[in-house]
Design a protein around this ligand. Structure first.
Ligand SMILES: [Fe+2]
Ligand SMILES: [Fe+2]
Length: 128
């Protein structure tokens, strides 16, 4: 799902890779310590990516920044819900929350992030 912005595409690929790794490890009978490391990395990277997107939006005076931030916050809430389920030791619940998170995230990339990259392309064309 490439949006044509190198930095954003690279970050999305890394974010999805971390989701995949966490899902694989959750399905397999991995040691909890191992899972904690991947989950921490996923949470940290998601925070980082959202911040970097929001900074880029600020730099380019993106009009829908406020709405986009709200959606990022919503996604971070979902990450926390999944983290809570994991911390409670409920593997089934964690897996279910992971499915929800993935759905929301993919939908976010396809619609909201796509809208932003289209805006960036438009701005670049105008500057030429
Ligand atoms: Fe994104
Ligand atoms: Fe985003």
């Amino acid at each position: 799902m490439e949006l044509g912005e190198q930095q954003i595409d690279g970050e999305h690929a890394a974010q999805i890779r971390l989701l995949d790794t966490f899902e694989e490890k959750l399905k397999g009978s991995q040691a909890k310590d191992d899972l904690v490391i991947v989950l921490d990395r996923l949470v940290e990277f998601t925070n980082l990516h959202f911040m970097s997107e929001e900074m880029l939006m600020q730099q380019h005076a993106y009009p829908a920044l406020g709405l986009h931030v709200k959606e990022h916050d919503h996604l971070l809430d979902q990450v926390r819900v999944m983290q809570d389920a994991f911390n409670c030791g409920d593997q089934t619940m964690t897996a279910a929350e992971l499915v929800t998170l993935r759905d929301w995230l993919m939908n976010h990339i396809r619609t909201k992030d796509r809208a932003f990259t289209l805006y960036l392309e438009e701005r670049k064309r105008e500057e030429e």
